[in-house]
Design a protein around this ligand. Structure first.
Ligand code: MN
Length: 193
């Protein structure tokens, strides 16, 4: 297997407080977790990560996911993250790549809705259909690649099903971490004091 975490390591000095970019033997077991981390970096965004073949395939979603199927949310593919990033919450210090505060905004498991190919093949093909079982987000979702290149652009779209809801706005009504119950602002304030 090629080292999918090389880009992760190359952007980090090891002093950021984030997990080291190592693929452990345990990580190579096939898992199906997902996490969405809210990240108050230079620009606020949500990092959407799916566990696929021992790493976290990752997309930065500036506006966060919408439960309204009519809302297509830009999702920029970014470097894979190590599996132990899945519960990373805290502040990445100034001077480090991605400096700013991170919370675990949602997490759970996913299932592949495409019986014809596995997740890695779907990502490669630029069209991924999956179901989320998170604490905030559930139901079917699509990731559709729209532009290739060095930073491929995708759209993250809620599929039309019983969990679709045009009026729900979990980014504002459920802003807290599912891990610590704290908001970004509360964590940032604690680290400052
Ligand atoms: Mn980020």
């Amino acid at each position: 297997m090629s080292d999918r975490l090389q880009r992760y390591r190359s952007k980090r000095t090891g002093k950021s407080g984030e997990p080291a970019g190592k693929v452990t033997r345990a990580a190579k077991k096939r898992g199906n977790r997902f996490v969405i981390q809210k990240h108050d970096a230079r620009r606020l965004h949500y990092d959407f990560r799916l566990e696929v073949d021992g790493t976290l395939r990752s997309w930065a979603v500036p506006k966060g996911p919408s439960t309204d199927p009519r809302e297509k949310r830009l999702a920029v593919a970014v470097e894979d993250h190590p599996l132990d990033y899945i519960d990373f919450e805290g502040t990445i210090g100034e001077g480090n790549y991605g400096a700013g505060t991170v919370i675990v905004w949602d997490r759970g498991t996913y299932s592949n809705l495409d019986d014809s190919r596995d997740m890695a093949a779907s990502i490669e093909a630029g069209h991924v259909k999956f179901r989320l079982e998170g604490e905030k987000l559930r139901g079917g979702w699509t990731l559709q690649r729209t532009h290739g290149g060095a930073k491929p652009q995708w759209l993250l779209i809620k599929r039309r099903d019983a969990d679709a809801d045009a009026r729900r706005n979990p980014e504002s009504t459920q802003a807290e971490s599912v891990q610590s119950g704290r908001t970004l602002e509360e964590i940032a304030a604690e680290e400052d004091s």
